[in-house]
Design a protein around this ligand. Structure first.
Ligand code: ASP
Ligand code: MG
Length: 419
């Protein structure tokens, strides 16, 4: 029988009533002739509570025990989901990650899935079971310990199962009814997309459209798993939600598909850095080691080269999430103390946001950047840093203009109209 993967996020299994509603959706797919693999998250709020307990017990916790505690939320929902299905006369069995097993690396708290053993689940389907319920977010390390996959990791569990079982599709049930052209809380004109390509979704996921874990989209792209994002709170059918798929399956011909934003960014500038070969490595090496996720980078002629030969100094600007600023500052000061880099001062602006336009159409259309900058200029938004990739243009701007900029760009690229 064709296998369908259905994943239910925390709000979709928040209580027993919600679990029953989710189970009814599973039963409907079984009735349509699918064998179903259900992946469940912990009940809404449960993982945060477990993380809190760990931190309170042991601030410098042992990551193996963190995983032992934090993975438990999913175990509860997996068992409850199997019981609920059984009560509906659907033959179902649950598995925790170690029972499958889902083999992962030993990077506790951020493990990667390396393989899924199909045998036990295949055997149950052959026996006549119609649903396998899997606790998401967890696996088994080579050392035989429980691991977790990083926050939001149940999405990745779902995609990995869809790939391993060659599922016809991986349906991600959540509290929104699809992927939008921009955040509907910012623009009332945001429009739900029928389809979006893996690549665009990857940019949007990593830019802070929090619907899917970035890693799950990477995996879906690599194994060509068709993903569908849809609401567990509504009646849904084959056409509901947004399909994340290969670009060959997409008809829309818009140059830009979406406007993303990332609110809490910081801009750091090393003023009058000694300019020499290897200086970028000397700056960004220690930042990487300190776990700072540097995003945009600009090197330019120093404005403040007073008394110094402007050919020998430069300004280096980069952005990172605001909650990593302290770590970045510490790493740079340490590098300066060790004599690895020289600079006059470090300027920090924590009041910036990043706004980006994303679209595979940019590969074949010129003028997207010009249109974007003109729209921002018309609203008086000053751009501080620009970065581009093949399918994305991002700008760093003052945070107070973020919502205005998102709306202006949504309008400038006519994203409210289907194209
Ligand atoms: N329960 C985990 C979390 O809250 C995993 C997930 O829901 O995807 O991060
Ligand atoms: Mg999630």
């Amino acid at each position: 029988m064709p296998i369908l993967v259905m994943k239910f996020g925390g709000t979709s299994v928040a209580d027993l009533t919600r679990i029953r509603a989710a189970a009814a959706k599973v039963r409907a797919e079984v009735a349509r002739g699918h064998d179903v693999i259900v992946i469940v998250s912990a009940m809404a709020g449960r993982t945060n509570e477990l993380v809190g307990w760990v931190n309170e017990t042991s601030p410098m916790y042992d990551a193996r025990e963190y995983d032992a505690v934090v993975s438990s939320g999913e175990n509860v929902t997996a068992g409850l989901m199997a019981l609920t299905l059984q009560e509906m006369d659907v033959p179902a069995r649950s598995w925790q990650g170690w029972q499958v097993p889902i083999r992962t690396t030993s990077a506790h708290g951020a493990a990667r899935i390396e393989g899924i053993d199909r045998a036990a689940i295949d055997a149950k389907f052959t026996e006549g079971f119609r649903v396998a319920v899997i606790a998401g977010f967890q696996g088994l390390s080579p050392e035989g310990r429980i691991t977790t996959l990083g926050r939001g990791g149940s999405d990745t569990t779902a995609v990995a199962f869809a790939a391993a079982f060659e599922a016809i599709r991986c349906d991600i049930y959540t509290d929104v009814d699809g992927i939008y052209t921009t955040d509907p809380r910012i623009s009332a004109r945001a429009r739900k997309l029928e389809r979006i390509s893996f690549e665009e979704m990857l940019e949007l996921a990593s830019l802070g459209a929090k619907v899917l874990q970035t890693r799950s989209v990477e995996l879906a792209m690599r194994y060509k798993v068709r993903l569908r994002v849809l609401s567990s709170f509504e009646d849904t059918d084959e056409t509901s939600g947004t399909l994340v798929c290969d670009e060959d399956e997409i008809m829309e011909s818009k140059v830009v598909s979406g406007v993303a934003h990332s609110r809490d960014e910081a801009k750091l500038t090393l003023v009058t850095v000694e300019d020499r070969p290897g200086i970028a490595a000397a700056i960004f090496g220690p930042l990487a080691e300190a776990g700072v996720n540097v995003d945009m980078i600009v090197q330019n002629i120093s404005e403040e080269a007073q008394g110094q030969d402007p050919r020998e100094v430069t300004d280096m600007t980069f952005s990172c999430p605001t909650d990593q600023v302290a770590r970045a500052q510490k790493a740079l000061e340490a590098a300066r103390d060790r004599g690895e880099i020289k600079y006059d001062k470090l300027e920090v602006d924590t009041e910036v946001s990043k706004v980006s336009v994303v679209g595979i159409g940019m590969r074949s259309h010129a003028g997207v950047a010009a249109r974007m900058f003109a729209a921002l200029a018309a609203d008086g938004v000053n751009i501080k840093v620009i970065a581009t990739s093949e399918i994305k243009i991002s700008v760093l701007i003052d945070r107070k203009y973020m919502e205005l900029a998102v709306q202006a760009l949504h309008d400038a690229f006519d994203l409210d109209k289907a194209g």
